[in-house]
Write a protein that binds this ligand. Sequence first.
Ligand code: ASP
Length: 585
Amino acid sequence: MYRSHHCGALTAIHVGTEVQLAGWVSKIRDKGFVLWVDLRDRYGVTQLVLDEKRTPAELLKVVRSFGRETVIQISGTVLEREAKNPNMPTGEIEVLVKDITVLNTAQTPPFTIEDETDGGEDLRMKYRYLDIRRKPVQKGLLFRSKVALLVRNFLAQHEFVEVETPYLIKSTPEGARDFVVPSRMNEGQFYALPQSPQTFKQLLMVGGMDKYFQLVKCFRDEDLRADRQPEFTQIDCELSFVHQEDIMTCFEGLLSHLLHEVHGIAPKPFPVISYEDAIKTYGNDKPDIRFGMTFCELNDITQNKGFGVFDSQELVVSIAVPGAATWSRKQIDAWIDWVKRPQIGANGLVWVKCNEDGTYKSSVDKFFDSDALATWATACEAKAGDLILVMAGETNKTRTQLSALRMALAEALELRKPNEFAPLWVVDFPLFEQDDESGALHAMHHPFTAPKPEHLDKLETEPTSVVAQAYDLVLNGNEIGGGSIRIHDRPTQEKMLSLLGFSNEEAKTQFGFLMDAFTYGAPPHGGIALGFDRLVAILDGKETIRDYIAFPKNNSGRDVMIDAPAPLDAAQLEELALKVTPKAE
Ligand code: ASP
């Protein structure tokens, strides 16, 4: 037996017990006549004590030779500590060491294994196994495991079955590039790694599985934006004989359950907002509704009043920043510079201070008198003390810019409270997005999403006005899930693919198997997938998903620990019938 207890287990009730412990030497304090060692494992830290009176000199010498992170096994007696530490569970005791076995030696780690480490991100990722010994990383992984278990239990209780789907497949379009795997046995042919198990879960419905789920890895070869991983985990689900509302009820139940189990939050119905309203009110389709600053369109009351900057623009839109009327010119100018940066690209901001004394002061006083400014304040429900910020420009661009400003202001004003949770549904997405230049249609969700039944006859005539039976689950400004009711008949699926620009031939080659399946009695079905990594991070009040993934990739998609991706050697390339042509300099 390596150990009788974990390093976090011993308390005052164990005083007098003979114990064996095993773990890592995390700290040694040597006072000469007495020596303390902090022994650490996943469960905690136990203080070991050795002294000149009670410990053989040989043993003291051995301990003095230990470096940090030496792996040892000890036996000893639990004693009550003289100086107790109420901040640690084992703080009332220490173990008087009688015997020590060194299980393994350790090089000095490249960074300190402590809660606050001196190691930078790159170094920690290179030695991720040492990083994982640190409490904060361990906590993240344990939390992830706990949430996974809650999810599995909830879904199992609701009659979902977990079914594994293959990783070596053919492309499933979710709008990213595929990672591909060459097939040795089928020369010149490639598998694609799934961007999601979308088609397989639909086939499981045709197979009569009724309710499917899977905590599943998905792979998307995208240019990595901050905090995206090329492989990530989804809670992937599909259900038969359901309408959109049934799916929303079920997964609102799941998220409410998690919020209750993790944070003790009492379930409350989630707000539902249409895509159109979300865009109009928040400038994006994943609004953070923990704070106000909602958009107010001012075209009617600001245009044709002699201010050319507004008159020439498609949209004049504002937000009211709470309590910011006291900002100095310098502070306001800093935000004006902020929106003018190329990353945002706005022309500038018009501002109106709604002073506590009921007067107004604005950057456009020459064009608008107090009465006019008062109508702006009424329109955007600005209170005394608020600062109104106005942007004008092309509609879509301006909404995106003001949305970025709204989020940055909320961040600066600390309105995005990590321990507050504001879930909502966004519904009624358009079925298609249209490419501005080519006019080509793209599926907004994916090509298997069903249009609203009452919009079916508009598919051909006015496809861009067709609304999808699709829904997103949003939490604190993050899209944490999305799904749809699916097309389940061949003619509609064929029409959809043809509208998306697939020839009959291409449609057959890529999705013939799915459309064939639809002709053998496919039940009406729909589903959803939740991004598990992000969900876990947000539930824990954080935003970086990397902290919840044991072995994440860096921003260039590299695993710097194992140094992947890496070239193949010539023999392997030949076996796979692959030729690598070096890029011309
Ligand atoms: N497969 C979709 C996705 O990965 C989710 C769904 O429609 O169920 O976003």
